[in-house]
Design a protein around this ligand. Structure first.
Ligand SMILES: [Zn+2]
Length: 142
């Protein structure tokens, strides 16, 4: 069972769009993209996308404000969410974050909330760069 049940999406929220792995690699060239890994335990043994942040889905609702602060502190304006397959947890957390942004009174400067198609498994299967460090916030150089 997935630990998060789908949340009702506010009509005010920006739509969540999808990005392919190849498109994400291109987006990553810019420094304004944060990759948000919402897998749970899998991150610790499967590796992760180089440079990704870890906000596990089981505690995601409580950590949405932290994620926004982290993104702002790093000057990000695009967040790309993923889980293992990006079928349930990734899109659910992306919508949760988009709803939070819609309800926030301040303009956080986040322009895009996206989901990585096929998730981490698709990313790894297509031979894209993965990392096995133990950091919650991966520095991406490993
Ligand atoms: Zn890493």
């Amino acid at each position: 069972m997935d630990p998060i049940s789908p949340v009702k999406t506010s009509t005010m929220a920006k739509p969540v769009s999808y990005v392919t792995g190849s498109e994400l690699l291109t987006l990553k060239e810019g420094s304004n993209v944060a990759i948000v890994d919402v897998r749970d335990d899998e991150r610790s043994y499967d590796g992760h996308i180089a440079g990704s942040l870890h906000f596990a889905s089981d505690t995601f609702n409580d950590r949405v404000p932290d994620l926004l602060q982290t993104a702002k502190a790093q000057g990000k304006d695009t967040l790309v969410f993923h889980c293992a397959l990006s079928q349930v947890r990734g899109p659910t957390c992306a919508r949760r974050f988009a709803d939070y942004l819609a309800e926030a009174k301040e303009d956080a400067g986040i322009k895009n909330v996206m989901v990585l198609e096929r998730g981490y498994n698709g990313w790894e299967a297509s031979g894209k760069p993965v990392c096995h460090c133990s950091g919650t916030n991966c520095k991406g150089g490993c």
